[in-house]
Design a protein around this ligand. Structure first.
Ligand code: UDP
Length: 365
């Protein structure tokens, strides 16, 4: 055995684990099938703008330990995510807050907004929300649901809101304050210089092989390491033998525009069904960029198929049940561990990825 660990995937989970393993005196080989490190947090600098190549990533956490941990690798700016939503010819602030309610109904006080929502809720008679639609309706009433949630959610997930788990919508704050901060977390920001540098630092002094597919590599090098950390798709690891898990993928249409400021905000969501993309990201605004040009990405969501990149696990009942069966197989492994969004089939944010990787490192090392 040449290494203590073969780490499959040079994304955030793999990099945190490899960094910790090296610190604990273990040797690692990190492999990734892409031609770059950093997985989906990879940024490419184009004309001085850090372009989030695999979708916008905004770091936010309430876990002080995780915040201090990530700050070892980068300094964070004071960016606060405050997306706006465009529904047909109307524009609203997100997340759902007094600015949204005031624009929707002309109300000014929390009491007036609550009265409006209560009136809409009463007409629905939902006692225990069973799915995303019922959850959203009972939280925010009909107008918010119809204009700001339904179209966006069905485009993003490709399923009716009645077939989606309610936890997805619970990710978003809902508050009776004039406060457009998309997150409730204590700490938030974008790493100055982009995310790729964080992963570069984590992997400093660790052997990395890019454009290396695990399944080919392991056939030729079965004795490469004592243990494997696999951060790819768990069902692919087992050759889909129990069935295929479902994922959503995202296609980005990225364009450089010869203007300083296209949309006046980093994130603009398009919440009606007619616009085919879910949102437009204007990357420079994550870092208060002053470049004479700008780069935007339109996001198109679709069902994942073999051969393209998986992004979001679909944590509905059917998929979670299948994942639990794969998890049983995984629990029987003595020298393979699984991690990350794909290995754990979980809709993790970055802070949760770090938490999980540190926990695993502590257990393992
Ligand atoms: N969502 C919505 N309208 C919006 C933004 C989000 O209904 O304008 C819902 C949608 O169901 C989405 C979920 O909230 O899947 C979580 O959104 P978030 O922005 O956290 O998604 P991510 O950035 O992870 O893609």
């Amino acid at each position: 055995m040449k290494y203590d660990y073969l780490v499959v995937g040079a994304g955030l989970y793999g990099a945190v684990f490899a960094y910790e393993a090296k610190k604990a005196g273990k040797t690692c080989l990190v492999i990734d099938k892409r031609n770059h490190i950093a997985g989906n947090i990879y940024c490419e600098n184009i004309d001085g703008i850090n372009v989030h190549k695999y979708g916008a990533h905004i770091f936010h956490t309430s876990n002080k330990k995780v915040w201090e941990y990530i700050n070892q690798f980068a300094e964070f700016n004071n960016y606060i995510n405050s997306p706006v939503a465009i529904y047909k010819d109307e524009l609203y602030n997100l997340p759902f807050n007094m600015n949204t309610f005031s624009k929707l109904w002309g109300v000014k006080t929390p009491a007036e907004a609550k009265a409006k929502i209560d009136e809409q809720r009463a007409a629905l008679n939902i006692t225990e929300p069973k799915n995303l639609e019922e959850q959203a309706l009972s939280l925010a009433g009909t107008d918010v649901y119809e204009k700001l949630i339904k179209g966006y959610t069905e485009k993003q997930w490709g399923r009716p809101c009645t077939e989606l788990p309610s936890f997805i919508i619970k990710r978003l704050p809902f508050r009776f304050m004039y406060d457009n901060n998309y997150f409730n977390d204590r700490f938030q920001g974008i790493p100055m210089g982009g995310y790729t540098k964080i992963v570069e630092k984590m992997l400093d002094g660790i052997e990395v092989r890019l454009e290396t597919d695990y399944f080919d590599f392991i056939k030729e090098n079965p004795d490469i390491a004592e243990k494997t950390l696999f951060t790819g798709m768990i069902d692919e690891f087992y050759q889909y033998r129990l069935g295929t898990l479902q994922y959503r993928t995202v296609r980005f249409e990225t364009e450089k525009l010869d203007m300083e400021n296209y949309q006046g905000n980093a994130v603009v969501n398009y919440t009606d069904r007619e616009v085919p993309y879910t949102r437009i990201i204007e990357h420079k605004h994550f870092e208060f960029g002053k470049q004479p040009v700008t780069i935007i990405s339109r996001e198109y969501s679709s069902e994942w198929k073999p051969g393209i990149e998986p992004y979001y696990p679909i944590n509905d009942e059917k998929n979670n049940t299948l994942f639990a069966k794969y998890r049983e197989l995984a629990d029987q492994e003595t020298n393979v561990i699984f991690g990350g969004r794909l290995g754990n089939y979980k809709y993790y944010d970055m802070d949760k990825v770090i938490e999980a990787a540190l926990e695993m490192a502590e257990k393992e090392l």
